[in-house]
Design a protein around this ligand. Structure first.
Ligand code: C5P
Length: 228
């Protein structure tokens, strides 16, 4: 493997949106581009880690030197994550759909007939919480993301406790974030790193720079912990 601060480590990353089918031609999705998650996977590989990236549907090339599992739905993402463990660190950057359609139609739904269809939704599994709360085979470091449009730090701090993860990377995805073009789909990000030690604001930077900074922190954390 490539020498580097993460040599010998296995890093698992989720990225992108999920698509939840309504019928064979329609789905529910969100605006995640996968740029931040893919940048983290690429940075971890550059730092010498063995990297598994579980990606929802994105318009991005597979990062070089990374094993990529392409999935569509939250349940497929969960299965791919479970199959990729164990890992030393797991970073959950995917924007997983909160809900899926309770019963996907086997054939294309037709508009003729008059009555509007009603979509009954059901909750998707929380992939991050499931891994963070494992009693066996939990990665030493579990990192979640929190995209909020208001009260970013307060919501993210509560989310860290609720999910049971070690760190939360919180970002303001509102139009007021001050980032031209917005965070969702854009190339720049302003985040806070929230850990047991407290809240650290990071300066606005490219998603690549945010990824490199996060990977350096992960390497420092894993390097300072003994694995036995
Ligand atoms: O609860 P919320 O969706 O805001 O949490 C965001 C964090 O949880 C992200 O790290 C995301 O990848 C993860 N998540 C997940 N599975 C879900 C929902 C969110 O892994 N079903």
């Amino acid at each position: 493997s490539v020498p580097g601060p993460l040599a010998g480590r296995h890093v698992l990353v989720t990225s992108g949106p999920t698509h939840e089918p309504i019928d064979p031609v329609r789905y529910i999705a969100n605006r995640s581009s996968g740029k931040q998650g893919h940048a983290i996977a690429a940075a971890a590989a550059k730092a010498g880690a063995r990297v598994t990236l579980v990606s929802g549907p994105v318009n991005l090339p597979d990062p070089v030197g990374v094993t990529v599992h392409h999935v569509e739905t939250a349940r497929q993402m969960q299965a791919a994550v479970d199959g990729a463990l164990p890992a030393d660190a797991a970073i959950f950057a995917a924007a997983v759909a909160d809900w899926r359609v309770a019963s996907e139609a086997g054939e294309k739904m037709k508009k003729d007939g008059g009555a509007l269809p009603a979509l009954a939704l059901t909750e998707n599994p929380d992939i991050l919480a499931g891994v963070a709360q494992r009693t066996e085979g939990r990665p030493r470091l579990v990192v979640g993301f929190a995209a909020e449009t208001q009260n970013v730090v307060a919501y993210a701090t509560a989310k860290r406790a609720r999910k049971g993860c070690d760190w939360i990377v919180a970002n303001d995805v509102s139009a007021q974030s001050g980032i031209e073009g917005g965070v969702m789909g854009g190339d720049r990000n302003a985040v806070h790193l929230i850990s047991a030690e407290g809240v650290e604001p990071w300066p606005v930077a490219s998603k690549t720079q945010v990824a490199e900074r996060l990977v350096a922190r992960i390497a420092a954390f894993l390097g300072s912990e003994t694995s036995s």
